[in-house]
Design a protein around this ligand. Sequence first.
Ligand SMILES: N[C@@H](CCC(=O)N[C@@H](CS)C(=O)NCC(=O)O)C(=O)O
Length: 232
Amino acid sequence: MIDVYFWPTPNGHKITVFLEEAGLPYRIVPVNIGKGEQFEPSFLKISPNNRIPAIVDHEPKGGGAPVSVFESGAILVYLAEKTGKFLPAEGPARYDVLQWLFWQVGGLGPLAGQTHHFNKYEPERIPYAIDRYVRETARLYGVMNKRLADRPYLAGEYSIADMACYPWVVPHADQKQNLDDFPHLKDWFERIRNRPAVQRAYERGEREAKAPPLDEEAKKILFGQGADSTAR
Ligand SMILES: N[C@@H](CCC(=O)N[C@@H](CS)C(=O)NCC(=O)O)C(=O)O
């Protein structure tokens, strides 16, 4: 059994999508990030960056003590290596997947995350910031669109790279992006959206970890963090 420390956000959904695709049994442990549960000392022990997702695998490959992993990219690699699925074991095909996975965790996720922040939550509406992040998100969508012009998935075959990117394209409207501007990306998005495992993952995640809209208290917790935050 794998415990998934989860909240229904793009980074959380990546992991349950993998688990549903691979058919691995898992238990969702909700971490309400709007209430500050990401600062609980027991959670910080497995996720020192006070972010979801994290996992604890109670039956690691080869036996031994439970293994905990934080950072969604590392978790996806861990699960792929545990199951032998969605990441080739070696050769150029493996690096095709890894480069798009790293591209997501280093680029699409953080940049689209800033787009959400300035477009949806920032009270002062700073046009420069909104414009900068919306444009950069559009550039990243354009990169994916070009890549997908001659292949169905980012690394050719469906892989953990697609599972990492898809949840960040789901909220495209909040990023002020129109998928009609990116036809190959739109086809990819529909292909993944129609996968039964993806639908099961979103349905279960949202059912077992119900996230209310962010209130002022939640915004203070999420957007007011500094060096002292993890010392609580
Ligand atoms: N690089 C991390 C990012 C994780 C992340 O930003 N998680 C967000 C939810 S999508 C979170 O836990 N936020 C809690 C907070 O900001 O305190 C990953 O890919 O796992």
